[in-house]
Design a protein around this ligand. Structure first.
Ligand code: ADP
Ligand code: MG
Length: 311
């Protein structure tokens, strides 16, 4: 679903250029939980920001659902950010003086949509923050804040969730709880998560992509959509062969023969029927002739009798 080809992003600073992305080629499937790790400064946040459309890039290609970023207009970018991707940040990015409810609804409100009260209640219960709608963000614990941030990212039902160290500010017990919740949501969407914690990555991810100096230096389970197509092709060929083999089993040969015989029999009976109807027609012709001959004689004799009697 998401493909990066040789993507580069250079930050120009007073002390020189920094290649935050130095030619990254990587592909992600439709769902699953994929971890991005690497040392501080290796380009993890930049990767998320660029892929999420929050930041631009200098060269290379990014293809999302078959559409190339290079063809995106400003409004395409807006709708991509607002509907396609959801962000969960380390610092939560919540508005501290607003209520939990307001913070969650804001994602949809920005698009002029309204979150139904039932949906909001349902999601909050699912993420174990039921009843906190009217509480201010500043009155919550770290774990609660992160749950609010996750619900906020999910409320617009995005296809991709990008999470930048979502457990970075949490204790280990809360981190595990948050990871469990995120793993659940990764069943039906793609979650790209940056983490510093290698243990959590090992335990929860289906794949770990490691970055170093703006480059992918290892990938535990690379994904290649073109391989998937190849597999389908091979599968079809195999299916085709096995079907062909099935067709040539002795049983099927007998079946085919019976079919053929039946066909011939049917056509013969048709011919017979045709012949019979032909004979019928001929017999009818004969009968018609006799009938009309007899009729004519009758008329002629009546005429003769009339002529003779008048004469
Ligand atoms: P990570 O998230 O892995 O710690 P970042 O993506 O934040 O790494 O940063 C990658 C590199 O780009 C680092 O060398 C960082 O200093 C640099 N960088 C990030 N943001 C900026 C910026 N706004 N201006 C200049 N350099 C930046
Ligand atoms: Mg970072």
């Amino acid at each position: 679903m998401l493909k990066l080809i040789d993507v580069r992003k250079i930050y120009t600073t007073k002390v020189g250029d920094v290649a935050a992305m130095d030619g990254i080629t990587v592909e992600f499937p439709d769902n699953g939980m994929i971890f991005i790790n690497g040392k501080s400064g290796s380009g993890k946040t930049t990767l998320l920001n660029v892929v999420g459309g929050l930041d631009g890039f200098d060269s290379g290609e990014i293809i999302i659902d078959g559409k190339n970023f290079s063809t995106f207009t400003d409004s395409d970018y807006d709708s991509y950010r607002n509907t396609f991707v959801g962000f969960v940040f380390q610092e939560y990015n919540l508005l501290p003086d607003y209520t939990v409810g307001k913070n969650i609804q804001i994602a949809n409100e920005l698009q002029g949509k309204e979150t139904s009260k039932e949906r909001l209640k349902e999601m909050m219960a699912e993420f174990d923050i039921a009843g906190l709608e009217n509480r201010k963000i500043s009155e919550l614990s770290g774990g609660q804040k992160q749950r609010v941030a996750i619900v906020r990212s999910l409320v617009k039902d995005p296809k991709i969730i990008m999470a930048d160290e979502p457990t970075g500010a949490l204790d280990s017990v809360t981190s595990v709880q948050i990871m469990e919740l995120i793993r659940e949501i990764a069943g039906e969407r793609l979650v790209i998560m940056v983490t510093h914690n290698p243990e959590l990555a090992e335990q929860y991810s289906t794949r770990i992509v490691k970055l170093q100096d703006g480059l992918v230096v290892s990938d535990s389970n690379p994904y290649d959509s073109s391989m998937e197509k190849e597999e389908v092709k091979i599968k079809t060929e195999t299916e085709f062969l096995s079907e062909a083999r099935q067709e040539n089993t002795p049983q099927n040969k007998i079946k085919r023969k019976t079919k053929k015989e039946k066909k011939i029999k049917t056509s013969m009976s048709f011919k017979t029927a045709l012949g019979l109807s032909g004979r019928n027609l001929q017999a009818k012709k004969g009968r018609t002739f006799v009938t009309s001959f007899a009729g004519s004689i009758g008329i002629i004799s009546v005429c003769l009798v009339l002529a003779l009697s008048n004469g």
